[in-house]
Design a protein. Structure first.
Length: 323
């Protein structure tokens, strides 16, 4: 049972009880409106509930005009749908089409227009949608534990990826299906969605640390995909490939650290200096492979710059892992 279902049940019960105490006809209608008003985040709740309320008012006024002109016939409801829905959408309240329909159909069920009938529908709207908003505002899950778990999963997958890269550089015949890259992409996407939900639940001074973290990992994963193209060109074993493999082995450990260590960056700078002092390639094949290795180092440097730039604290006193 999801937490949203629990909130919906609570909002429904509260709205029906209030409508019953106030003495409104068909208090269960307030419960139906409460069900339509429960959302997954506080900010989305404000947007959708306000849209549904004003859409219902627009639809109610338009429908009352139709009922006054043509009477209470079933074909009038079709006219309302045909022209009322586009009017609501044009008014930028398209999220409230269903809510508006509930209110209009209730007025149609009364079979007569009166100030009391219209005010009763407005009261039901206020009670139903208001109950949903109150429940939404009182509590929303923060999702911190979920994002920490996702972060550990992503970092673990990155560590495996870098270890596989090191193995491939040491042995070009090593076969790896790259499944961890696909899993990391799914985990990053899941984390980004969770981070967006958490941020929408923070009404004042939203913390963007988690969004920054998952955005950083997305950029780094894109670079890893580019690296894989460079690695595919290293089809022969060379000493230079073994040296770069050591960098990725170090990075497979650094990526699980809580803070950016800079160890891989130092090793990379030393290796680039060593490359400049090495003898030039003697064959075309060696030239092509060493060129790919050098380009791989450039991509690795970009990866580390992204990590270093986006180092930042995250909720619950946990720092973004920037390896």
């Amino acid at each position: 049972m999801g937490f949203r279902v629990v909130k919906t049940a609570i909002a429904t019960l509260i709205s029906i009880q209030i409508a019953y105490i106030v003495g409104l006809p068909s208090p269960q209608s307030a419960g139906l409106l409460a069900i339509l008003g429960v959302e997954v985040t506080r900010k989305r709740s404000l947007r959708t509930i306000s849209a549904r309320f004003f859409a219902s008012i627009v639809g109610l006024l338009f429908a009352c005009g139709l009922f006054a002109l043509f009477g209470f016939h079933y074909w009038v409801l079709a006219v309302f749908v045909l022209f009322g829905f586009p009017l609501i959408v044009k008014s930028s309240f398209k999220e409230g089409i269903v809510t508006s329909s509930v209110v209009v159909f209730r007025v149609f069920g009364e079979g007569a227009l009166s100030v009391h009938t219209i005010l009763s529908q407005v009261e039901l709207l206020v009670i139903g949608l208001g109950s949903a908003m109150v429940v939404n505002m009182i509590y929303m899950p923060k999702g911190g534990e979920q994002m920490i778990e996702i972060r550990h999963n992503v970092d673990g997958l990155f560590a495996v990826i870098f270890h596989r890269v090191a193995l491939t550089l040491r042995d070009p015949t090593y076969v790896w299906d790259g499944s961890e890259i696909i899993e990391a992409g799914k985990a990053i996407k899941e984390g980004s969605l969770a981070a967006n939900r958490a941020m929408e639940n923070q009404m004042v001074h939203p913390d963007q640390a988690w969004n920054i973290y998952f955005y950083m990992r997305k950029e780094q994963l894109d670079l890893i995909l580019v690296m894989m193209q460079r690695i595919a060109d290293v089809y022969q074993k060379l000493p230079q490939a073994d040296l770069v493999a050591e960098l990725f082995e170090q990075l497979s450990h650094d990526v699980t650290e809580e803070m950016y260590t800079g160890r891989t960056e130092v090793l990379l700078e030393e290796l680039e200096q060593d490359f400049k002092e090495m003898d030039l390639p003697t064959t075309r094949e060696e030239f092509e492979i060493r060129s790919s290795i050098l380009q791989l180092c450039r991509e690795l440097s970009l990866y580390l710059k992204i990590a270093k730039k986006n180092k930042a604290p995250v909720p619950d006193k946990v720092r973004v892992e920037s390896g």
